[in-house]
Design a protein around this ligand. Structure first.
Ligand SMILES: NC(=O)c1ccc[n+]([C@@H]2O[C@H](COP(=O)([O-])OP(=O)(O)OC[C@H]3O[C@@H](n4cnc5c(N)ncnc54)[C@H](O)[C@@H]3O)[C@@H](O)[C@H]2O)c1
Length: 318
């Protein structure tokens, strides 16, 4: 892996006030880049953005094509993270369609008119649904169980179509359950970790959906950010789709026990009904493609990532 540098470059980060976006903004600014954040603050907050970095903040929506075009004119790179999340999208599929698909189309059309060096679109492992084979390869047939999975996949398809048709330099990354500092307990992807920390630290029994034997591939946010920026800087990523995860499958119940141990507590999880928005039993992604093509691999173990997240949680929630 090479040291990332954005010296002399301007990076537009849509959704930069969100959980992953704000971590990415910090990393780009520290790697010498000038950052423009576009966010409508629907699930993000300015509190997520570090005080010790410089960035320009524009409050607005990716659905505003004139605004997106104005900002892309000034950018060398675009990290496109703005999206309605799975919970919001399940409640209001039209809004999800307008933001996740329409907003992505706005970014691509603006970049076609005003060329940039590269764009990375952040998709999701939710596009796989219940996969046939584990670990999941990028070529696995998508199985879109939710309106959110439909819109994230549509965004990817638009990226690929713009790459093929107009030679737009764009890549897609599929995140698998990203967790870490700045994640709100309401963040549906991995808010479960923040929720477990919250309830366990109060001495309450954490609520586990179903039997807790469901598995996920939990990715520490710094790793997800590094992988995204590696794709952003690499010409080889253009036209590609890459899983971002760890390749390690973890049971939700195991996660509860690690968090409890790190917080020095004993726990008896309380099993509650399965969630209706994410009925996926097993998920772990293969990261061979990004490892071999872009030379990226995760560096933070689950134990270490959870320890850092617990430290952040204790500092900010006391
Ligand atoms: N966190 C995960 O585990 C995970 C997993 C798979 C995919 N993703 C994808 O990664 C990206 C970032 O996710 P996150 O976890 O940081 O979520 P998040 O909700 O914290 O961040 C999304 C950001 O986009 C902003 N936003 C939403 N609609 C917007 C609009 N119309 N215009 C401008 N900004 C808008 C929100 O205010 C928020 O700041 C999203 O595209 C998401 O689909 C995340």
């Amino acid at each position: 892996m090479t040291e990332l540098s954005f010296a002399g470059k301007t990076v537009l980060v849509t959704g930069g006030a969100g959980f992953v976006g704000s971590n990415l903004v910090g990393r780009v600014a520290r790697a010498g880049g000038k950052v423009i954040v576009l966010d409508d603050l629907c699930s993000g907050t300015l509190d997520n953005l570090d005080n010790d970095i410089e960035y320009e903040f524009i409050e607005g929506s990716v659905t505003d094509s004139a605004l997106v075009t104005d900002l892309i004119k000034r950018a060398d790179f675009v990290a496109h993270l703005a999206a309605r999340n799975i919970v919001v999208s399940t409640k209001n599929p039209r809004d999800d369609y307008e933001v996740n698909i329409g907003g992505t189309l706005n970014v691509l059309m603006a970049a076609r008119e005003h060329p940039v060096e590269r764009i990375v679109y952040t998709s999701s492992a939710s596009v796989y649904g219940n996969p046939r084979i584990i670990p999941i390869l990028e070529d696995e047939r998508p199985h879109t169980f939710s309106p959110y999975a439909v819109s994230k996949l549509a965004g990817e398809n638009y990226c690929y179509a713009f790459y093929e048709t107009y030679h737009l330099p764009v890549a897609s990354v599929r995140y698998s359950n990203v967790y870490g500092p700045k994640q709100s307990p309401t963040n549906p992807y991995c808010g479960v970790i923040a929720k477990f920390m919250d309830s366990i630290s109060r001495g309450e029994h954490p609520s586990v959906h179903g039997d807790g034997q469901q598995t996920r591939d939990f990715t520490y946010v710094d790793d997800a950010v590094e992988a995204t920026l590696t794709a952003l800087l690499s010409p080889k990523s253009e036209g590609g789709v890459y899983n971002i995860g760890t390749g390690t499958e973890t049971k939700v119940l195991e996660l509860v026990h690690i968090i409890a141990r790190l917080l020095g507590r004993e726990v008896i999880p309380e099993h509650i009904d399965r969630r209706d928005i994410d009925n996926i039993r097993r998920r772990v992604v293969s990261i061979e493609r990004i490892r071999t093509q872009l030379r990226w691999q995760p560096t933070v173990t689950l134990e270490e990532g959870l320890r850092r997240t617990v430290d952040w949680f204790l500092q900010t929630h006391r």
